[in-house]
Ligand binder design. Sequence first.
Ligand code: NAD
Ligand code: UDP
Length: 339
Amino acid sequence: MTRVLLTGGAGYIGSHTAVALCQSGFEPVLLDDFSNSVPAVLDRLARITGRAFPCEHGDAADVSFVRQVIERHAIEAVVHFAGFKAVGESVAEPLKYFRNNVGSALGVLDAMRETSCRALVFSSTATVYGDPDRVPVNESAPRRYENPYAQTKGMVEDILAATARSDPSWCFGVLRYFNPVGAHPSGLIGEDPHGTPNNLMPYISQVAIGRRPALQIFGGDYATPDGTGVRDYIHVSDLAAGHVAALRHLLERREGLIVNLGSGQGHSVLEVLRAYERACGHAIAHQLAPRRPGDVACYYADPGLAHSLLGWRAQRTLDEMCADAWRWQSGNPNGYHGG
Ligand code: NAD
Ligand code: UDP
């Protein structure tokens, strides 16, 4: 069984990917510093899969720590999720983002260089496209960084490209995620943001459960069918399956790739709100608010390359994303913190 190290594996996407990898015959090993997650996720993963995953507590930027983890577990491939992801915080505290997002990638690569492990999948983001010239967005669209977070992801993409050029034994899979939402259908794992959620779906979830009074809809005057912003929402379990497909590709073909992982469908804020109301069975308070600075009107993926290269396609509908988000939220009103 191929052992795969998931840095940031206790987080939202990492935990779902651990389940998908385990169920596809891989052996996940988690590494996390718990800066944005909690060890309680490990029990939940064991309940879902019937397996206790090893989890190493530490910093992905620490080269000797990561090297020891790779050697101890005979790791053959890495999925590098570890990093910070809040766009607004990256504007306020850019150094924190450059240090952790670039530093953790360098730490993992340097650690891998000291071992024979040469395959890595990297969590990039559609945010690297900024405000695209046209939709759907394909992988050849220019990268335009509108905030330090996007820049850190673009920098790591460039570091991977240069590293691959320097030595052909490396192979890297860069996955540009669109908007991951939803939760595992068991309702045992899901997104558990600290403080006020920045993103739409967790915000709606907290209004639906009564933790917040109302959703603010940021802008009703965009040039979109109903005036609200349009995004490409992808179920986190579909995203997890995309990692399995990418890893198989890297390990079997030993060739790198850069692909979008999105559904290829755009949904407006109001469409998401209505779908969530159907899922939870009651109306969700909302009000129109000014546009959020830096937001673009509309973007969604051209996911064609992921399909032709990896045979992967998002399967789950917006209604399923909302139903699973609601199962997680209603079963765990305070996330992993109980109560
Ligand atoms: P998350 O915060 O839930 O998970 C990230 C995990 O990494 C957390 O468990 C955190 O504790 C850990 N971590 C952070 N820095 C670390 C370090 N230096 N060493 C060890 N562990 C560290 O976030 P997520 O939503 O699961 O995102 C995973 C990755 O995907 C991130 O790199 C993020 O930038 C990227 N991404 C996320 C989204 C999204 O909307 N969620 C979209 C595009 C890309
Ligand atoms: N959005 C909103 N209210 C919120 C959070 C988000 O109206 O409280 C809108 C936002 O303007 C965008 C969409 O929902 O049009 C998705 O935003 P999110 O932050 O989830 O993703 P991103 O903007 O990073 O794609």
